[in-house]
Design a protein around this ligand. Structure first.
Ligand SMILES: O=C(CO)[C@@H](O)[C@H](O)[C@H](O)[C@H](O)COP(=O)(O)O
Ligand SMILES: [Zn+2]
Length: 195
């Protein structure tokens, strides 16, 4: 029975990826282009999310800062999910909803990009990070799922939402990782002609 359940998870994940593969390539390329232009202009990419999406935010920044699949110069990216002293003091003194937005206001400059990751589109701290990014004249690339959540009301003209067509948080996250790798590949191709 449990083996059958595991088989079912693989089948559902494959099905979700197949569906996403039909509808997302153009929007992923548009998101990659926003990031490439940011990097070419000397900007950096800040990333944030909760739980598994915090891991995704770090996964993305490490692939820019270190490398993805080819030898190339390090690229500027900062995950806003990693500094426990900063995160706990903001949450303790102000509110958990401000843990990312305060960092965006401190670190973000005009022309930088915020990679905002939320499967529901409803996480208040990610929503506030988007608002802070707009205040700093940054563009937003959002990775979401489900109906897009409250974040859909926030996007500006230069922002891009990559919304996975699925309702399960886990299945959405599995596609988010593929989207992150597609973005890294797009950036490497555009900037360095590789791999
Ligand atoms: O990884 C998982 C579930 O697969 C969880 O840790 C999940 O990320 C957390 O419940 C998050 O708080 C969900 O937030 P969000 O995706 O709705 O913004
Ligand atoms: Zn998870």
């Amino acid at each position: 029975m449990s083996v059958e359940r595991i088989r079912q998870l693989f089948a559902e994940s494959l099905e979700t990826k197949a569906k996403a593969g039909e509808v997302l390539p153009e929007v992923i390329a548009a998101a990659g282009q926003v990031m490439v232009e940011c990097l070419l202009n000397g900007g950096k990419i800040l990333s944030c999310g909760n739980g598994g999406s915090a891991g995704d935010a770090q996964h993305f920044s490490s692939e820019l800062l270190n490398r993805f699949e080819m030898e190339r110069p390090a690229l500027p990216a900062v995950a806003l999910t990693t500094d426990s002293s900063t995160l706990t003091s903001i949450a303790n003194d102000y509110s958990y909803n401000e843990i990312f937005s305060k960092q965006v206001r401190a670190l973000g400059n005009a022309g930088d990009v915020l990679l905002a990751i939320s499967t529901s589109g409803n996480s208040a701290n990610v929503i506030q990070a988007i608002q802070a990014a707009h205040d700093r004249e940054m563009k937003v690339v959002a990775m979401t799922g489900k109906e897009g959540g409250e974040m859909v009301n926030l996007y500006g003209p230069g922002d891009i939402e990559v919304r996975v067509p699925a309702t399960s948080t886990a299945r959405i996250q599995e596609v988010h990782l593929l989207v992150i790798h597609a973005l890294c590949d797009f950036i490497d191709q555009q900037l360095f002609g590789g791999p």
